[in-house]
Design a protein around this ligand. Structure first.
Ligand code: FAD
Ligand code: NAP
Length: 870
């Protein structure tokens, strides 16, 4: 009996073809066979185990604790499976997988020594035709690629290997019979995880060992040994809770995500924290020392320096130590390693490191290896040179989807998937731990189970609803691919030439392959897709077609994280408070932000407003002294809250990026001072700055305005008033999510009414405090209502996708353009009203702020060097 939906089309040979019999393939067999699906499982190897079948090199073992790296579907492990040590060796893991297969009678479904070569979608019959190298020709409704992220060894790119008369080994294809290096001269090429694990063990046997290193690695000691009794007890006390915590963790191992920024604690505390990570000997723990290690270059640099100091302390020969210190990529942007005696191995007299960046390998010869300046003789060469990772095993199969589209061609510029599980144009094809899923950045045992469970739930849903075919939409896939890239772009991952980036394989597109926001966020996305009627999938069958099209993650990932955190704090809304309390609350929230970059000088002062003195804060750039252009900045806060220093981090950032003096000028606030008090003060401030430019060490004539939110509106108003009043001369305006109209009927007020920081309810509260309804079409409040916008200074207008006032800003940018004002309109995708201002919190806002600063610099440059007359 099969659970899949019946159609009147030809009956396929099986319901599901599974490719691969590693951890993923075995769990698929367990779930599919128990659910009654008819299946075939093809495995190229002559036995099960995948990674743990192939990688039998000396020293091969896990780099996440063994009791985390195991199936959770079978809770009997405490009774009938005991790991012998914290990080189990390859033979023990392979024994475990065989034990699982035997216990659950999985083996009878597996066909070994059979490689799937082709899979073609037959649209008429709605089934896959699968071909193997053994001549099998099987039809199936579904194909599941459980082919592994690290199962296709990388081709050697070193000339002359075929000439070598000694022994050649690949860590990824290690012989089943023990290899004895006793008394031999051995070369190891490659110092990734496989090299780092095997080098100390090979060194114990070999007479001479030469390690050829292209890129040094960051490695921490595993401190392997007995399983910690405390942790075991904690685990045994409540395994279900433990497993559930793993599923909801960042990496698939129970662990709280660090939220402490590196430089928020003292240097001594940081040193102790790094030292503790080194002592614990767990990779995920090490990467989690501080919240910003993977995003802040300075934080990462400090942590990397800690590693380098450790290496220098362990390795006796200073030159070898220097060569072993990674310097050209941020720590953890290449997979860090866990080792046992790796660095100390280089202190052995018969072990030598050759830095092939300085002494490149020319060729393999009959007897050994020639570098540019030396000939080495070897009895054996070991290649630990890695894999065509993540996509290699999938694209190695000739997979053709609708209209004969080859997956390899579709992915020619990098993989595109929806959730890393499916890809548009390839119906009923599932990828286990495919590109765009956490996969290799996580404890893969957890990620594999999640994927397999998702696939099984999906098949069950199709059956229950009478659908036969599922396929992601282009919209959903494009959205997810964008989200995967957005996540990577706010990290340092793209800075490394890693296999995560496809950079280890010549010609492979340089794209970040896994999903780096974490197992927890990823799982939430997958669950959300299901909860929203398979959002972004088209489901079809005899009963018809259904599609709830859409994108599951549209916010920038860091913005979403901030919003989630805020939501979890369950704070009262400002509009529910008396104004004084709202102001105090606003200031309190501002006080806990990161400070922003250092500037050259900060001066607090007062300037004459229309009705008394107004506070200002001046920020001078940290560059060489001398007069600078001036930006008069108006803070946000809806005319009711905020002051000259409430946007301090943003002003610092603006100052440093634009290399201009920023003067954040306060204005009177409502409800004490209602419209048009703020406008009058803003105008007074600009006049005063223009009149005193020289005394402020500014360059007279080089004056621009900038503002965020209500301040953006004020900046826009001031430009028009200055035009109409004959000065002062403003040469550019930068409006960041400005409030430019009082019309709350625009769609963004409805679409983004709640959940994105600024709410429509709060906007209404602010408007009501500031201005009478009768005045809301006054262009001093609503610059969009001005009859003539021509002749205004060139503008950059930034609007945010998830902002109630987005459509106001969009309309204003369009109106400026229509009036002939040179206007750069930046639509900040995935941002909220406030997020672009969140310096050092929402990293995704940095490129937008860079564009604002660039525009301002261009305004100044254009005024400094006017266009030559035609
Ligand atoms: P695999 O185990 O790679 O199995 C895929 C199988 O598919 C292979 O047996 C392959 O032969 C078969 N196959 C591929 N293509 C075809 C085809 N066309 N036809 C037929 N069969 C095919 N991850 C961790 O989380 N923690 C660790 O400690 C860890 N250590 C690792 C150590 C090493 C040496 C390596 C290489 C990887 C390690 N990994 C680790 C990642 C590891 O790959 C996964 O944890 C996990 O084993 C993957 O299981 P899988 O079933 O998805 O893929
Ligand atoms: P890898 O991390 O890609 O390392 C390959 C090494 O070979 C790198 O040092 C690489 O240098 C070098 N190399 C590649 N081509 C070369 C060439 N033509 N000439 C000279 N050097 C060359 O591969 P891996 O060590 O097999 O590990 C792959 C992944 O598998 C790991 O990152 C990890 O996820 C997993 N793994 C885990 C464990 C574990 O501890 N449990 C063990 C092994 C593997 P460049 O860096 O310059 O490219």
């Amino acid at each position: 009996m099969t659970e899949t939906a019946r159609t009147d089309r030809p009956e396929p040979d099986v319901d599901v073809v599974v490719v691969g019999a590693g951890i993923a393939g075995l769990y698929l067999v367990y779930r599919l066979s128990r659910a009654g699906y008819r299946l075939r499982v093809f495995e190229a190897a002559d036995d099960l185990g995948g990674t743990w079948y192939w990688n039998r090199y000396p020293g091969a073992r896990v780099d996440v604790p063994s009791f985390d790296y195991m199936y959770s579907f079978d809770p009997d492990w405490q009774r009938d499976w005991q790991w012998s040590e914290k990080y189990a060796r390859q033979p023990e893991i392979l024994r475990y997988l065989n034990y699982v297969a035997d216990k659950h009678d999985l083996r009878r479904h597996l066909t070994f020594s059979t490689r799937v070569r082709q899979a073609g979608w037959d649209d008429d019959a709605s089934l896959w035709r699968v071909r193997t190298d053994r001549g099998d020709d099987v039809t199936a409704r579904f194909v599941v690629m459980a082919t592994g992220c690290l199962s296709v060894p990388k081709q050697t790119e070193i000339d002359g290997l075929e000439r070598f008369t000694g022994e050649v080994y690949f860590t990824s294809r290690w012989p089943h019979d023990p290899v004895d290096f006793t008394g031999k001269r051995v070369a190891v090429i490659g110092t990734g995880s496989s090299g780092v694990q095997s080098i100390p063990v090979i060194a114990q046997e070999a007479r001479q060992l030469v390690v050829f290193q292209r890129t040094p690695t960051f490695s921490i000691p595993a401190h392997n040994g007995q399983l910690s009794p405390e942790r075991l007890a904690q685990f045994a006390a409540n395994e279900a809770d433990y497993r559930s915590a793993a599923r909801m963790s960042p990496g698939g191992i129970p662990m709280e995500r660090s939220i402490t920024p590196t430089f928020s604690v003292t240097e001594t505390e940081r040193e102790q924290r790094y030292e503790r990570a080194w002592e614990i000997g767990e990779l995920f723990e090490a990467i989690n020392v501080y919240a910003d290690v993977m995003s802040n270059p300075a934080a990462n640099h400090e942590f990397a320096e800690f590693f380098r100091n450790k290496i220098r302390a362990i390795v006796d020969d200073p030159q070898t130590a220097t060569d072993l210190c990674p310097t050209d990529y941020p720590v953890a942007t290449k997979r860090p390693c866990l080792d046992t005696n790796y660095y100390a191995t280089y202190n052995l007299p018969h072990v030598r490191l050759v830095n092939i960046r300085k002494h490149p390998i020319r060729q393999v010869t009959e007897t050994g290896i020639d570098t540019a300046d030396e000939s080495f003789t070897f009895d054996a060469i070991v290649f630990a040179t890695g894999f065509d990772a993540v996509t290699g095993a999938i694209t190695a199969v000739d997979i053709r989807g609708r209209n004969g589209l080859a997956l390899k061609d579709k992915w020619a510029n990098g993989p595109q998937t929806y959730l890393g599980l499916t890809t548009a144009g390839f119906p009923n094809l599932f990828l286990i731990t495919g590109p765009g899923s956490p996969s290799v950045l996580s404890n893969m045992a957890v990620s594999i189970e999640q994927h397999v469970d998702w696939v099984l739930d999906c098949l069950g849903h199709l059956c229950a609803r009478g659908f036969a075919v599922i396929e992601p939409t282009e919209t959903a896939e494009t959205g997810w691919t964008q989200h995967v890239n957005d996540c990577a772009d706010i990290t340092l991952f793209p800075a490394a030439n890693s296999w995560y980036m496809g950079a280890n394989v010549p010609g492979k597109p340089r794209v970040f392959l896994p999903y780096c926001a974490g197992v927890d966020f990823y799982r939430a996305s997958c669950d959300e897709v299901v909860a929203h009627d398979y959002l972004g999938f088209t489901l079809s069958g005899p009963g018809g077609t259904e599609c709830n099209d859409g994108v599951v993650r549209r916010l920038q990932p860091d913005v979403e994280m901030v919003l989630n955190r805020m939501a979890a704090m369950n704070l009262p809304t400002m509009e529910s408070m008396p104004v004084e309390d709202a102001r105090a609350f606003y200031n309190q929230m501002s006080a806990v932000r990161p400070p922003g970059p250092d500037v050259g000088e900060i001066v607090d002062g007062t300037l004459p407003g229309t009705s008394g003195d107004l506070a200002y804060r001046l920020y001078r750039p940290p560059t060489t002294p001398g007069p600078r252009p001036i930006i008069v900045y108006f803070h946000g806060g809806g005319w009711v809250v905020g002051d000259a220093i409430s946007d301090d981090p943003l002003c610092r950032d603006l100052c440093v990026r634009s290399d201009a003096i920023v003067i954040s000028a306060d204005y009177r606030h409502a409800p004490e001072h209602r419209f048009p008090a703020a406008v009058d003060d803003a105008m007074a401030a600009v006049r005063w700055v223009a009149d005193n430019a020289e005394a402020l060490d500014g360059i007279p004539g080089l004056l621009a305005v900038c503002g965020w939110n209500a301040g953006g509106g004020l900046a826009a108003v001031v430009c028009r008033l200055a035009r109409d009043m004959g000065g002062p001369n403003i040469i550019g305006q930068a409006l960041l999510t400005p409030s430019t109209d009082g019309d709350m009927a625009r769609a963004s007020f409805t679409d983004n009414a709640d959940g994105y920081g600024l709410t429509t309810a709060l906007v209404r509260w602010l408007y009501d405090h500031y201005i009478d309804i009768a005045d809301r079409r006054d262009p001093r409040f609503a610059p969009l209502q001005a009859t003539d916008l021509s002749g205004l200074p060139p503008a950059i207008v930034v609007t945010a996708e998830f902002d109630p006032v987005r459509d106001d800003g969009d309309a204003y940018a369009i109106a400026l353009e229509a009036a002939g004002v040179p206007t750069e309109h930046v639509r900040a995708r995935g941002h909220t009203h406030k997020s672009v201002t969140m310096v050092d919190v929402a990293i995704s806002g940095a490129p937008v702020r860079a564009r604002i600063a660039k525009a301002l610099r261009q305004f100044f440059a254009a005024t400094r060097t006017p266009e030559p007359a035609a």
